[in-house]
Design a protein around this ligand. Structure first.
Ligand SMILES: Nc1ncnc2c1ncn2[C@@H]1O[C@H](COP(=O)(O)OP(=O)(O)O)[C@@H](O)[C@H]1O
Ligand SMILES: [Mg+2]
Length: 225
């Protein structure tokens, strides 16, 4: 039997600060985004803000933290945006990594009452994605389907796109249109494909986390830093 070659992927966060992870429910998106933010805290000393647009307990270990919210996340998201603006306007000259993890962005937009509000919040995310990099502002988004309605005009600002398990047609067309014929329809939970700046295409397997509590403690440290 042919052995599959596995290589650890280096994440150059300076070149690729913006990431999105997508896939069906249960495909391992939250698991992956937790791992990515945990690494960013450990190796990049990142300050985290975490918004969970769906709720369901994935981030219960952050309950009570000022830079964390589940379901009703507008204030926490707006605060992150304001911190970005403070850097942009020169009021805050620090450049330590500031990362927003927004799990289930689409669920959040769908939960908003008016189109106007959706438009306003989407515009903020767009600005963070377009302009964040030079201020060391990172954004990681997880959600089920990457429909263009949730990212009008700025989905190409995601440097890293990771699709887990078998993808919807929209998600495939959006990020992997050039690579469709190389995609096998047999991806299990925690496996899928990645493209970086649209210029590379790599099958990926998310490593197993041996100590989830330790990862959660690292994330908590990032949220309270
Ligand atoms: N790479 C992985 N290795 C081991 N378990 C995983 C992996 N990815 C996900 N899981 C487990 O599978 C379940 C679903 O993962 P989750 O990240 O919540 O999916 P999603 O956010 O896509 O709905 C969770 O119990 C999680 O711990
Ligand atoms: Mg999830």
């Amino acid at each position: 039997m042919q052995q599959k070659l596995r290589i650890t992927i280096d994440w150059n966060t300076e070149l690729a600060p913006m990431a999105c992870c997508f896939g069906a429910t249960g495909s391992g998106k939250t698991y992956l985004v937790k791992l990515m933010t945990g690494k960013l805290v450990k190796y990049g000393k990142a300050k985290l803000t975490i918004c969970d647009g769906k709720g369901g307990g994935d981030f219960d270990f952050l309950k009570g933290c000022e830079r964390y919210a589940a379901i009703e996340v507008t204030d926490v998201f707006n605060n992150f945006y304001q911190s970005f603006l403070a850097r942009q306007k020169g009021e805050d000259e620090s450049r330590d990594i500031m990362c927003l993890l927004f799990d289930e962005w689409s669920a959040y937009l769908d939960s908003l009452d008016s189109k106007k509000e959706v438009e306003a919040q989407r515009k903020k995310l767009g600005q963070l994605l377009r302009l964040g990099r030079s201020f060391h502002v990172h954004v990681i988004v997880g959600q089920q389907r990457m429909d263009s309605t949730y990212f009008q005009g700025f989905r190409e600002n995601f440097n890293i796109a990771i699709g887990l398990s078998n993808l919807s047609k929209e998600s495939r067309d959006m990020f992997f249109s050039e690579y469709k014929e190389q995609m096998e329809p047999d991806r299990a939970r925690g496996t899928g494909y990645m493209t970086v700046n649209g210029a590379s295409f790599t099958p990926v397997a998310v490593p197993k986390v041996n100590d989830l509590d330790k990862l959660h403690r690292a994330i908590l440290a990032g949220v309270t830093r």
